[in-house]
Ligand binder design. Structure first.
Ligand code: GAR
Length: 198
């Protein structure tokens, strides 16, 4: 089994996309062994529980700093013996130690075509607000490896989505999620799980 840990901070639709593709057989020999949220009470935790996946909250605010938080997360995922850690709408930056510990084993989904609308401060709705402000006609999503630079790691997959005339940030976000993020995130997981098992 390819053992996946998932980090979340919110609604968890990207987590749901992975769960759905495991359940429909697209992701063979893959198992989500742990879901950890940086915030209490988020819907992503409910989604995990509903599907019998162990889920817990390790709140960022309960730790003194990024290092202490990252160390606790690293210990947790080492104890779970994970092959891959997916940042699925995880809105907290992790320290260098965590990234080194799981080198080439952490991936993130970002709601724009990197290198546009990415980096520090670009999360959630903001990339979509900025895309509309700029007036781009095409945006999309990127799945990439996580390195020490925010949204700076090697790109694994990207998918483009057209911006429409009367889009609001919320409408654009929903389209990018449905047409890009929820498709390429499970695809990237599949590529990496196959690379491990072959
Ligand atoms: C998604 O759009 C994801 O790409 C974004 O947060 C949203 C989480 O939604 N992530 C970032 O902005 C990371 N920089 P979800 O909780 O429904 O998956």
């Amino acid at each position: 089994m390819f053992r996946i840990g998932v980090l979340v901070s919110g609604g968890g639709t990207n987590l749901q996309a992975i769960i759905d593709r495991i359940e429909d057989g697209y992701l063979k020999d893959c198992e989500i062994v742990s879901v950890v949220s940086s915030k209490e009470g988020v819907f992503a935790l409910e989604r995990a529980k509903k599907h019998g996946i162990p889920a817990l909250c390790m709140a960022r605010k309960s730790f003194a700093d990024t290092d202490a938080y990252s160390n606790a997360l690293a210990e947790h995922f080492k104890s779970q013996n994970v092959d891959l850690i997916v940042l699925a709408g995880f809105l907290t930056v992790l320290s260098e130690n965590f990234i080194k510990e799981f080198e080439n084993k952490i991936i993130n989904v970002h709601p724009s075509l990197i290198p546009s609308f990415c980096g520090k401060g670009f999360y959630g709705l903001i990339p979509h607000e900025e895309a509309l402000k700029y007036g781009v006609k095409v945006t999309g999503a990127t799945v990439h490896f996580v390195n020490g630079e925010v949204d700076g790691g090697k790109i694994i997959l990207q998918k483009a989505v057209y911006v429409q005339e009367d889009d609001t940030p919320e409408v654009l976000q929903a389209r990018v999620m449905k047409e890009a993020e929820h498709i390429i995130l499970p695809e990237a997981v599949k590529l990496l799980s196959q690379a491990k098992t072959n």
